[in-house]
Design a protein around this ligand. Sequence first.
Ligand code: ZN
Length: 287
Amino acid sequence: MRDFSADHRWLSLNTATVRKQGDLAEIIEACARHGIRCIDPWRDQVAAIGLERAARAVRDAGLELSGYCRGGMFTSDAGHRIEVRDDNRRAVDEAKALGAPCLVLVVGGLPQYSRPGSTPSKDIAAARSQIEDALAELLDSARAANMPLAIEPLHPAYAADRACVNTTKHALDICDRLDPQRSGAIGVALDVYHIWWDPEVLAQIERAGKDRLLTFHVCDWLVPTTDILNDRGMMGDGVIDIRSLRRAVEAQGFAGYSEIEIFSNAWWQRPMDEVLQTCIARHRSMV
Ligand code: ZN
């Protein structure tokens, strides 16, 4: 396993971590100040300053990307299908323009939450099959653009509103069905927040192998968690054995960035420089 204790060259910042403290241009400037070489920006943050300006800021700062957040939300009623398809094709194009190595996908839960305005449904099996169909369709455009798709399995608490692909096994089953030849066109985004509790996680990481492990996200699970979406912890403040999970992905040959992604009402209150300093210190001591 790589030694992160001496520097933070393999730290990537998911820009949602400091989304309340500044716009994407300000976050990129802050990364330069702190010697952070890599980011994973969100679509709304890119849209807020404009795709062209965002791409230029990334280039001018010499930043790499560890992903682009995010596509997906594939579940909808029939009236919203074209919107879903076009929205995801645009996400692929944006990821390409920004130089991202993959498009991270949060696949969607029940249609009324994934695509508001859709006719309500309780049929989670139908939602799951719709997700697979939409992924197969998007994979054609993604292959044409040479943009790998990274399915992010989410903790089951998000099954209704964000993603009903909830385990690494489920995500890998989909990858195997859509890409049996393991071409590298589709894989997984593994986030310790979503996978740490899973008794099968180490076996599934081994099954994934290097070609399916597209990106790796870190933060921590606080006890108690007061908000299921926006109370993620700084690495070291919770109960996740982050290092064991990093060891497992690196044992498969993953040699990419360790991306810090913290949605936290508490950390969003702190100054950007303080958050980044803490991220760097914890990356070295806890990741
Ligand atoms: Zn994540």
